[in-house]
Write a protein that binds this ligand. Structure first.
Ligand code: UT7
Length: 329
C-alpha cells in the first residue's frame, strides 16, 4: 500500500457581508437588549447578506482569497467542498455553483452537511483524499447565509446568527511547507437531532403552505441543552487533540464561535486562559460552518499564529456533530 501523503494548509481566506447589524437593531422589534445579548453571548454585532447576495457569493469571495494566499489558480483544483446548512438551493450543491464561478474546471465538487461542524468535516474529507493520493489540491469552504433561516420573532435564536464564509486550500505538505494536519477527529450523536433543527422542507414535512404557515422552515434550538453539550465536547476535544504534546507547543485554539460563555466555560474546564484562544464572536455572531475558517483566517492575517506552533480547530453543532483538527503551523 502507498504511504500516506502528509497534508498542509497552503492558504486561507474569508469574507463577511458589508451590512453590520448591531444588537440595538433588535431592540426595535423584540423584547431584548444590547446588554442581555452581550452578557449572555458576547455578541455585539453580526453581518447579514444583502438582498440578492447568497451563500455561493460569500463562498466565491472567500475561496478566491484562499487561492490567492495559497498561490494557485482555481484550474489547479481537484476538489471543491463546501460545508453549509444554508445552501443556495436544496439541489444542486452550492459547491457546484462555486466550482463554476471560480473556474475550477478540473475539480469534483460537493457539499457536506454537518451544520457548525461543516468546515471541519469538509476539511477532514479533503485531507483524507489528499492523504490517500486521490487528489492534490482542494478548496474547502465553510459558509452560511443564516439570516435567511432565522425566525425574527424568536429572541432566543435570531440574535445569535450571522452570515460569513471562510476557506482554506489544502495540498501535500511537501508542496506548501506549512500547516501540517497532524490529527483529525469527527463524531456524531443523532439522538440529539432535535436540539438544533429545521423541521420543514425535507421528506418528513415537504414544503407546503402549512409548513410555511407553521414557520417550519426556520431554525429552532434548545439553547440550554446545546449549551451543556457544547461545553463538554469543546473541552474534551481540545484535550484529545493536545494529548501527548507539550502544552508550550500550543500556539492557538480556534474554536467554533458559538457563545462567548461556552468558550470561556470550556477553557475553564481545561485550565486555559484567553490568550491562546481566537475569539471574534463579538463582531460576527455565530456563523455556523463559517466560524472556524473565518477565525483561522483572521488569526493568520493578524499574525497570531507562530510558525511551528500547534493550532487546534474545534467545532460542534446540529446533528449532533463534532470535530477537531490539530495542525502544526
Ligand atoms: O452553534 C450551535 C447553535 N447554537 C446554539 O444552539 C446556542 C447555544 N446556546 C446558547 O448560546 C444560550 O443557551 C442562549 C444564548 C441561546 C440562551 O442563553 P441562556 O443563558 O441559556 O438563556 P436561557 O435560554 O436560559 O434563557 C434565560 C431567559 C429566559 O427568560 P425566563 O424564562 O428566564 O423568563 C429567556 O426567555 O432569557 C430569556 N431570553 C432573552 N431575553 C432577552 C432568551 N433570549 C433572550 C433575548 N433577550 N434575546
Amino acid at each position: 500500500m502507498a504511504s500516506r501523503v502528509r497534508v498542509g494548509i497552503a492558504g486561507t481566506g474569508s469574507y463577511v457581508p458589508e451590512r453590520v447589524v448591531p444588537n440595538a437593531e433588535f431592540e426595535s422589534f423584540l423584547d431584548t437588549s444590547d446588554e442581555w445579548i452581550v452578557q449572555r453571548t458576547g455578541i455585539r454585532e453580526r453581518r447579514w447578506v444583502a438582498e440578492g447576495e447568497n451563500t455561493s457569493d460569500l463562498c466565491v469571495h472567500a475561496g478566491k482569497r484562499a487561492l490567492e494566499a495559497a498561490g494557485i489558480s482555481a484550474a489547479d483544483l481537484d476538489l471543491v467542498i463546501v460545508g453549509t446548512l444554508t445552501p443556495d438551493y436544496p439541489l444542486p450543491s452550492t459547491a457546484c455553483l462555486v466550482q463554476d464561478r471560480i473556474g475550477a474546471t478540473k475539480a469534483g465538487a460537493f457539499d457536506v452537511q454537518a451544520a457548525c461542524t461543516g468546515f471541519l468535516t469538509a476539511m477532514n474529507t479533503a485531507e483524507a483524499f489528499i492523504a490517500a493520493g486521490r487528489a492534490r489540491r482542494a478548496l474547502v469552504i465553510g459558509a452560511e447565509a443564516l439570516s435567511r433561516f432565522v425566525d425574527m420573532s424568536e429572541r432566543g435564536s435570531c440574535i445569535l446568527f450571522g452570515d460569513a464564509a471562510g476557506a482554506a486550500v489544502l495540498m501535500p505538505h511537501e508542496d506548501c511547507g506549512q500547516g501540517e494536519v497532524l490529527r483529525t477527529t469527527l463524531g456524531a450523536d443523532g439522538s440529539g437531532f432535535e436540539f438544533i433543527h429545521i423541521s420543514g422542507g425535507g421528506s418528513v414535512h415537504p414544503a407546503t403552505h402549512d409548513t410555511v404557515e407553521a414557520k417550519q422552515h426556520y431554525i429552532r434550538l434548545k439553547g440550554r441543552d446545546v449549551f451543556r453539550f457544547a461545553v463538554k465536547h469543546m473541552s474534551q476535544l481540545i484535550e484529545e487533540m493536545l494529548e501527548g504534546y507539550d502544552p508550550d507547543e500550543l500556539g492557538l485554539i480556534v474554536p467554533h464561535q458559538v457563545n462567548r460563555r461556552i468558550i470561556d466555560a470550556a477553557l475553564d474546564r481545561v485550565g486555559m486562559t484567553d490568550e491562546k484562544v481566537m475569539v471574534n464572536i463579538q463582531h460576527y455572531g455565530n456563523t455556523s460552518a463559517a466560524t472556524v475558517p473565518v477565525a483561522l483566517d483572521e488569526a493568520v492575517v493578524q499574525g497570531r499564529i507562530e510558525k511551528g506552533k500547534l493550532v487546534v480547530l474545534v467545532a460542534f453543532g446540529a446533528g449532533l456533530t463534532w470535530g477537531a483538527s490539530l495542525i502544526r503551523w
